[in-house]
Design a protein around this ligand. Structure first.
Ligand SMILES: [Zn+2]
Length: 144
């Protein structure tokens, strides 16, 4: 029951979205939690850490115009709620789609990107963002 499909091991570590699966009801959760909100006490000891595939569809989205001064160099960006294949909804920025038309239902996949770099000490924060799957496929297509 706890056997992980082979492709999880083969996934590059940068798609390292780790959530949990409740082995009582089979639901996935992200970020990981220790108790299933559906099963409560029945889920104790049955929450299993799993890597999420990182692929899903745009469920809803918002265009964000940052007002903070230190972020004034950033363009407006899209924040999307993505419904992953496992049924979990996560909110993250959608990137690599400057001129593209994001649509509800558009397939996306997670990628780890640098989120920010702090001051002279250079502390770098990484996190997951989403890229449209179809656009990526076009960009990686055969050269002519
Ligand atoms: Zn459950």
């Amino acid at each position: 029951m706890a056997t992980a499909p082979r492709f999880w091991r083969e996934n590059p570590s940068r798609y390292n979205l780790v959530g949990v699966k409740c082995n009582s009801c089979g639901r996935h959760f992200f970020p990981p939690r220790t108790i299933c909100p559906v099963c409560h006490r029945k889920s104790v000891g049955m929450m299993e850490r799993v890597k999420l595939k990182g692929t899903g569809k745009i469920f809803s989205m918002t265009e964000v115009h940052e007002g903070l001064e230190e972020l004034s160099m950033q363009r407006p960006y899209f924040l999307a709620m993505v419904e992953l294949d496992e049924g979990v909804k996560v909110t993250a920025q959608v990137i690599d789609c400057e001129a593209c038309d994001l649509e509800i239902g558009m397939p996306v996949r997670a990628t780890m990107r640098k989120l920010s770099e702090e001051g002279p000490s250079g502390v770098i924060h990484y996190g997951y963002k989403f890229v449209p799957v179809n656009l990526k496929a076009k960009a990686e297509g055969p050269a002519h």
